[in-house]
Design a protein around this ligand. Sequence first.
Ligand SMILES: [Zn+2]
Ligand SMILES: [Zn+2]
Length: 338
Amino acid sequence: MAQSIADLLRELKDEMPFLSKYLFIASWQYSQFSRLKASLPQGWMLKVADFAENFRTFYQDEIASAHWTYSQITVFPVVCFYRCMKCGESVQESCICLSEYLVHDSSAVKTFTKVINDHLQSRRHTESTHQVQFTDGCAAQFKSKQSFIDISNAEEDYGFKIERSFFGSRHGKGPADGLAAVVKQACTQAIKAKRAVITNANDMHEYVKESMTLDSPAKSGCAHKLQTFFLVQNIDRQPCSTDASGIVRTRKLHDVVVVARGMVKTRNLSCFCSACIDQLSGLECINTKYVDEWKQKSLLNENGKRKQTSEVGGNCDPRNMLKQEGKVVRSNRRRAAQ
Ligand SMILES: [Zn+2]
Ligand SMILES: [Zn+2]
C-alpha cells in the first residue's frame, strides 16, 4: 500500500506541470470570455456554441419492443450576446438548431452558423462588425482546416469578421450546455406528461417552438432575453479535413481570427484587452507575458485552392466519424428487426 501511494505521488508530481498548464489555460480562456461578455464593444457579437448530446426520442407508456425504435435528434445550442439595436443594452438570445443530421462535423457547424447569422441579421437587424465564437476545441467540429476556411469566408458571407476562441479542456459546463439541458428536459417532461408526441426533429421543433420561444414585441419596445428554435434538415456538406496539422499546432492554439479569405491569424490564448479589441489603436496588448503575438497562416495553396489533406470518405465520412465518436447509429428499421 505504501508503495502504491509513493507511486501515485511520484506520478502526480510528474503530471503536475501539464496539469497546472491545462488548468491555467482553462481558467484564462474562461476569464477572457467573462470579460468580453461583461463589456461587449459596440458592433461586436459574442456567441457560445457546442454540440449537446443527441436527444433520444421515446414514447410515453413505451412497450418493450418500442425501446428499439427510437430515433436521435442533433441539438446544437448557441447562446448569443449582442447590443440591443434600440437602446444599446445587452441582449441574450438563445438559438437552438434541431436536426436529423447526426454527424457532428464542420459542415453541420457551418450550416447552423449560417442559419443563425441569417436570422440575427434579417430578424433582429444586428449590424455586427466582429463576431467572437467561443467553442470547445473539438478538431472535427471547430478546429479543422475546413472549419478555419469556413470562418475565413465570413466577410463575404455575412459582412463581418469571425474570431473563434477555444475554451481549454476541463472548462466545465458552459451556457450552451445548460441551454441544451433545459430544452431536452422540457421535451422529456412533455412526453412523460402526454403533452407532446416527439418522434423526430420536426415534432421536437414544433413543440419547443410553440412552448419555449421568447420573441421580441411585434412593434416597438425592447426585448433583451430571446429564445429561438430552428429546424435544419439540409446540411451543406463539403469535402473537409479533420486536422489542421501543417497549418498550425492546433492543440496549442486557442484563438483564430480571420484576416481575409483563406487567411487567418492564430495565437496561443485569447485576449480581449483594449489594445486587442481595437487593433488599429497601435497600443500593445497588456498581456504579452502570457499571450503570444499573432501568427498569420494561409489556408490556400499558390493556385488559390484549398490545401487538401483528406476528402469525403476519409476521416470526414459520416460513417467513419460516427465510429470514431463511438456512436453507432442504426436505422429504426434495423433496430426494430433486432
Ligand atoms: Zn433595448
Ligand atoms: Zn491583449
